[in-house]
Design a protein around this ligand. Structure first.
Ligand code: HEM
Length: 404
């Protein structure tokens, strides 16, 4: 069966669309059919390399603030190094980055509130035992469902007010943050009414970017730092590469040089293989589908276990569980025996729209932290990855951070 036919046969499970509505609304992650085609077409230009280059300086600003906080903490403690919960700080920084990338730093307080409420919403939806998809399941935990809807409405209200304020103020940098681009038809030069998102649609896309855009990227960086702390020779290799490729006095002078950070890319690919921040992808059969003699009846929900697939020895070989960035040296698929075996950003037409933003943020943050500090695992670290929509370290990531 061709990929084209497959794409039309599968949709997002209805059960998740309803359950996750307060978080994503009908934003791109949940959209389908014509609605999805229109949104994807309008949103893609906002993530073009040119637009991303324009927001790079905001990423550098946020990452530098974190570096300065760490340096101050280390100096205050005598200058030799301290234990820092790196996950917490990286998620905070990534939240600031997505807020600035979305809102351009013009509505900082609103952005912070959106992030706080989204986090509370995530805890309500995914940290408690709820019976999603179980018949009458919503009656088992009415309180949590009401709480989630309330938070969803509050986030909507905040975002509507941000959009209206933006329309009234017409700030000079409106066009260079994601919100400005979405409000102007995605930055693709669209002027047709059909080609401009409504306020409601912009709100849902902002929620999607805010949530989908910061935690995943932060976790990619967090798991990478854990792996580098465990494999110091890779830490040294990346640092050496950074100093060879980027000018020491102004590393972000030319963002095009990032493409020469080859080892950093292998390390990122390997971290995303071992600890994919999006640990599973779900689909529902929109019609009866036959796959190599197997009949999947219409309505069937399917989970693609990305973590399982990324650790499958039949696909990756006996060293599947080992950290070996060099497997990506010659092959973007890391030598996986199946072309669909490596899916950190999903697949086909629904592949992650924000991956270039992630690559940029990942390289900026890693360049800055590795240029200033070395990392070792803290004795207090307990390895316990768990899934709360994304794959995260349950007890955070305490690392010993030392100045170079
Ligand atoms: C390490 C970082 C990231 C990972 C691992 C990741 C993972 C994914 C995956 C697996 C999908 C496919 C979901 C599916 O098919 O059901 C996806 C879609 C999506 N991602 Fe990401 N993502 C990341 C970063 C981002 C960022 C930075 C943004 C935006 C600022 C973003 C926005 C989206 C959107 C809007 C979609 C839906 C695309 C569509 O259905 O057309 N993601 N992402």
């Amino acid at each position: 069966m061709s990929t084209h036919v497959m794409a039309k046969c599968w949709g997002k499970p209805n059960v998740f669309k309803h359950d996750r509505y307060p978080m994503f609304g009908t934003g791109l992650v949940m959209a389908e059919g014509h609605h999805w085609v229109r949104h994807r077409h309008l949103i893609m230009p906002a993530f073009s390399p040119l637009n991303l280059k324009r927001v790079a300086s905001r990423m550098v600003e946020c990452a530098n603030e974190m570096i300065m906080r760490w340096s101050t903490q280390i100096n205050d403690a005598g200058g030799n190094g301290i234990i820092i919960d790196v996950e917490k700080d990286i998620i905070g920084t990534s939240g600031e980055i997505i807020a600035k990338t979305c809102f351009g730093g013009t509505q900082d307080e609103d952005a912070k509130q959106v992030l706080r409420k989204l986090r509370a919403l995530q805890t309500t939806l995914f940290k408690t035992t709820r019976y999603v998809g179980v018949p009458f399941g919503k009656f088992f935990n009415v309180k949590k469902t009401i709480e989630a809807n309330k938070l969803g409405t509050e986030i909507d209200r905040l975002l509507f007010s941000v959009i209206r304020a933006r329309k009234e103020s017409k700030k000079a940098d409106d066009g260079i943050d994601l919100l400005g681009l979405l409000m102007n038809g995605g930055g693709g030069g669209n002027n047709n009414e059909e080609d401009v998102l409504t306020e409601r649609e912009v709100v849902d896309e902002c929620k999607t970017f805010f949530f989908g855009g910061h935690e995943t990227t932060a976790l990619a960086i967090t798991w990478t730092l854990m792996l580098l702390a465990l494999h110091p020779h890779w830490q040294i290799q990346l640092r050496r590469e950074i100093f060879q490729v980027l000018p020491r006095d102004n590393p972000f002078h030319d963002i095009n040089l990032f493409s020469s950070l080859k080892k950093m890319k292998w390390v990122m690919n390997e971290a995303l293989r071992l600890y994919p921040p999006a640990p599973n992808v779900q689909r529902q059969a929109r019609q009866d589908i036959e796959i190599e003699g197997l009949m999947v009846p219409k309505g069937t929900n399917m989970w693609i276990d990305v973590v399982g697939m990324h650790h499958d020895k039949e696909l990756w070989g006996e060293d599947a569980n080992e950290f070996k960035p060099e497997r990506f040296m010659e092959d973007v698929n890391g030598g996986c025996k199946h072309k669909m075996g490596y899916l950190p950003f999903g697949f086909g037409g629904r592949m992650c729209v924000g991956r270039n933003l992630t690559f940029m943020e990942y390289k900026i943050v890693l360049t800055l932290v590795l240029s200033k500090f070395s990392f070792t695992i803290s004795p207090s670290y307990r390895h316990s990855p768990s899934i709360m929509l994304s794959l995260r370290p349950t007890h955070g990531l305490p690392l010993i951070v030392q100045p170079l």
